[in-house]
Design a protein around this ligand. Structure first.
Ligand code: G3P
Ligand code: CA
Length: 223
C-alpha cells in the first residue's frame, strides 16, 4: 500500500502543510509519496497551497490570486519557509517519490502539464481533481486520478477518461468497490486516513494507497 503524505506531514504542525519541510518530514516518517494542492497567484505562477487565502497557513492575510509570488514568498508558511512554487517542489522531490498534484482551481491544468513535461516527470506524478473534465487534456501523457466524495459514476467516468486511479473519500470504500476497480484496472487511493484502525482497515481491504497526515502511523499499524 502506497502511503502519501497528505499535504506533507501536517500531523506535525511546526513544519506547516504543503511546505518543503513538511514534505521532507513526511518522507522521513516513511511516506512513499507526497500529496499537495496547487493554485495560481497573481503573476500566473503556480504555487503549492490548499486554501484560496493565505490566512490559515501563513502569518499573512489575503487571497492567493491577489498576490504576486514576490509578495507571497515573504510570509512564513511554517518553520520560517515560504509557500513553495510547484516548480521548486517538482525539482526537489520529482525524482525521489511519487507526487500527487491536486488541482484546486480552474484553468491551471495546462500550466501544470507544461511544467511536468518540461521536467520530464510524467512517470512520477498523478494529477487529481474533484472537477474531472479538465483532467481530460492530460491523458494519455500524464496519469490522472478522479477525486470524489461520492461513488456515482466514478468508475465508469475513470475508465472512459483513461484514468490511472480513483481517489474516493475513505468512508466510501468497500470490498465491492475495490473489486470493481480491479476489474476496471484502476488503482484506489483513499483520503484522509489518520486513525490506526482506519489504516489497518485500508490494508485489509487491499486499497492501493492512502493519504495521511501521519505517515509514521503506517509503519506501526497492525495489518
Ligand atoms: O487528495 C485528497 C485530499 O487531499 C482532498 O481533500 O481538502 O485535503 O485537499 P483536501
Ligand atoms: Ca489535497
Amino acid at each position: 500500500m502506497i502511503v502519501f503524505g497528505h499535504r506533507g506531514a501536517p500531523g506535525y504542525p511546526r513544519y506547516g502543510e504543503n511546505t518543503i519541510s513538511s514534505f521532507n518530514k513526511a518522507l522521513r516518517s516513511g511516506a512513499d509519496g507526497l500529496e499537495f494542492d496547487v493554485r495560481r497567484c497573481r503573476d500566473g505562477r503556480i504555487v503549492v497551497i490548499h486554501d484560496e487565502t493565505i490566512d490559515r497557513t501563513t502569518n499573512g492575510k489575503g487571497r492567493v490570486a491577489d498576490l504576486s509570488y514576490e509578495e507571497l514568498r515573504r510570509f512564513d508558511a511554517g518553520f520560517g519557509e515560504p509557500i513553495p512554487l510547484l516548480s521548486d517542489v517538482l525539482d526537489v522531490f520529482g525524482a525521489k517519490c511519487l507526487l500527487n498534484i491536486e488541482i484546486k482551481e480552474r484553468e491551471i491544468v495546462d500550466g501544470v502539464r507544461k511544467l511536468v513535461l518540461e521536467k520530464r516527470l510524467e512517470k512520477h506524478v498523478i494529477v487529481s481533481d474533484f472537477e474531472w473534465r479538465e483532467l481530460a487534456t492530460l491523458t494519455p501523457e500524464i496519469p490522472i486520478a478522479l477525486l470524489s466524495s461520492k461513488l456515482e459514476n466514478l468508475i465508469p467516468a475513470a475508465r472512459q477518461m483513461g484514468a490511472t486511479a480513483i481517489h474516493p473519500r475513505r468512508d466510501l470504500v468497500t470490498a465491492s468497490l475495490i473489486a470493481a476497480a480491479r476489474q476496471a484496472k484502476l488503482r484506489v487511493h483513499i483520503w484522509t486516513v489518520n486513525g490506526l484502525d482506519e489504516i489497518s482497515r485500508s490494508r485489509r481491504l487491499g486499497v492501493d494507497g492512502i493519504f495521511t497526515d501521519f505517515p509514521e502511523r503506517c509503519s506501526t499499524s497492525a495489518s
